[in-house]
Ligand binder design. Sequence first.
Ligand SMILES: [Zn+2]
Length: 325
Amino acid sequence: MIINIFSAEILRSHLLRKLTTIVIALPMAVACSRQGSLPNNLENSADNRPVVLTTFTILADMARQVAGDRLQVRSITKPGAEIHGYEPSPRDLEQASNADLIVENGLGLELWARRFVQSAADVPTVTLTEGMQPLLIEGDAYAGKPNPHAWMSPLRAQGYVDRLVDAFSQLDPEGAQLYRDNGNSYKLQLEKLDAELRNLLAVIPQKQRVLVSCEGAFSYLAQDYGFDEAYLWPVNAESQISPRRMARLIERVKKDQVPAVFCETTVSDKAQREVARASGARFGGSFYVDSLSKRNGPAPTLLDLQRHNVKLIRQGLAASAEKSS
Ligand SMILES: [Zn+2]
């Protein structure tokens, strides 16, 4: 629905604002460059490509794959940030009101981004999961609510790409062909990734297919590749450790003889290490789920993130199977 609010009038007002920025910024930039290096904000002002602002780093990567060099893509939250309960700063709100397009995941993930509606009411927003049939969270207080982590399924991520292509083509019709081409080639990469992950996980025997994480963020991946999932809490917005949940998880790990348990990089792994200790499982490492790593880390893109996670799953759940058989 939201992308439809993109009207010629809004576009005009944005272009006008952008032009004003350039007119003001350019003489300042020249003055500054005479004195030496150019401050960052002025460098950005001199770049007149439309600004696409995403709510988190994974969406920024996907947006860059589609946009190529035609648009400036930025993420509000930085690598490693907790995104469910994020508190936007005054600078974030200012950034949002100066953007040309806001990209969000939806399915209740970034309720904090609703605050942009007040400060960036005239900026169009595209919700990448719109129209998608989500998986629902089971049990606990969140029962019946949609699970927002749909990007964790490479095939569902293709739907995100379609929405980005549409939104960018409306924002910048002259680039439409490029966005379509980039989108198609990225969708092909996601399709290949799906086959690659399926192959890598095929070595894990049926009885070892229980994926234990801190957050219940693996429902889509688990469904795609035939795993059961168990977790300490359904979503990070509510990541208090309840003794009841912890005891239940320890019981499950013991009963199913799960060889390894995991956590995620954006939350503390303390409780999960305790589950490992109490159940006799190994702590198998931390997944990237809600955030990419920094550029030189193991998960600078969504494709790298999936490969990193699946490597950990395989090491944790398949190696022990080989040992015990
Ligand atoms: Zn999450």
